[in-house]
Design a protein around this ligand. Sequence first.
Ligand SMILES: NC(=O)c1ccc[n+]([C@@H]2O[C@H](COP(=O)([O-])OP(=O)(O)OC[C@H]3O[C@@H](n4cnc5c(N)ncnc54)[C@H](O)[C@@H]3O)[C@@H](O)[C@H]2O)c1
Ligand SMILES: [Zn+2]
Length: 370
Amino acid sequence: MKIIEEKVEIKFKKDDYLIHIGYGILDSLKYCLHLKDKKHVVIITDSLVYSLFYRLIRASFSLKSDVKLYKIILNNGEKYKSIKTVEIIFEFLLKNNIPRDAILVALGGGVVGDIVGFVSSCYKRGIKFIQIPTTLVSQVDSSVGGKNGINFSTGKNVIGTFHNPIHVLIDTKFIETLSKRDFLSGISEVIKYGIILDRNFFFWIKKNFRKILEIEKNTLNKVVKKCLRLKIKVISNDFKETKKNRILLNLGHTFAHAIETDLQYNNYEILHGEAVSIGILLASKISELIGELGSTDMKNILDLFKSMNLLTKFPRKVSINRFIYIMKQDKKNINGKLNLILPKKIGKAGIFTSLNDSLVREAIHFFQID
Ligand SMILES: NC(=O)c1ccc[n+]([C@@H]2O[C@H](COP(=O)([O-])OP(=O)(O)OC[C@H]3O[C@@H](n4cnc5c(N)ncnc54)[C@H](O)[C@@H]3O)[C@@H](O)[C@H]2O)c1
Ligand SMILES: [Zn+2]
């Protein structure tokens, strides 16, 4: 098999780690260097990913005979990104006396990655972990950047830490088995990068949308690499989101998180990327309503979302009053007014303060009409 591979090096002051990206890279075991000197390896995955890939991963690790390998198989879905799941993992690790110099392996999508990142940051005050992301959302976004977290009934990702993995292995071949719905969920995050940071990338996606939807190997590799390069550039300057750069990567997410929270993280109703899709559209519409985003750019955004079959309708089951109430709980907001990240034009976003919720209602109305 031909391996297309690329090393992307991410450098933080004390916390460098390597990201390997390529098609079929996990068929070769040479990347799992960090596992060679470990005595305890714990693979954490979800039930679907386990059934699809555990054997492949197990074989590619080719661990020495004295290494103790453990596996933890979680229920799959956003509902399980919870404190209960974290507790189950802690119990397992403690019961099996997993030492501090062990390594955890997050094998799965953003849900597994976020949970394992969180557990790694606090188990015995911090343990090393590797990310092996298997969904488009996790490959272009969640596996890199060190943010982790779990959901609570009152809000998404409200409990979490910053904790970098020591290595990220991205095999784009995993994407081929994703359901159409989970694949499209990742496309919203891909387009997000174009709208916030890179106009040319947005129009490149528009031009290549068919190849992307067909999951054409080389095109998809380009997409994943481009998204990560854009993300790395932003987070290298603002790892803990204390300046005004990294926060822009949350475009559409205040809306998305409120939708997901209101629908109680039920993946039958909504996937994270679907909520992001309608969130980005609402942000764009509000920007147009306040005279910031031009109507041609608005049309280009909506047309691309439609041509890629992304969610462009506000979910009927979400009560608008509850939605606005949850949005106002977001930490960016003060005094009942909304502070939102909005696109200024395709390729540039900014933070807008003291917005009225009537704008949100007006924007929702636009996406309720068939
Ligand atoms: N930490 C961050 O910076 C960050 C960034 C973006 C998203 N997130 C989080 O990521 C989560 C969403 O991630 P997700 O979309 O990957 O969801 P997910 O982890 O639930 O995965 C989606 C589904 O795909 C299945 N799956 C995984 N890999 C597969 C494969 N290769 N083939 C077939 N099926 C596969 C999973 O079992 C699951 O059912 C959300 O909780 C979101 O908040 C975090
Ligand atoms: Zn997201």
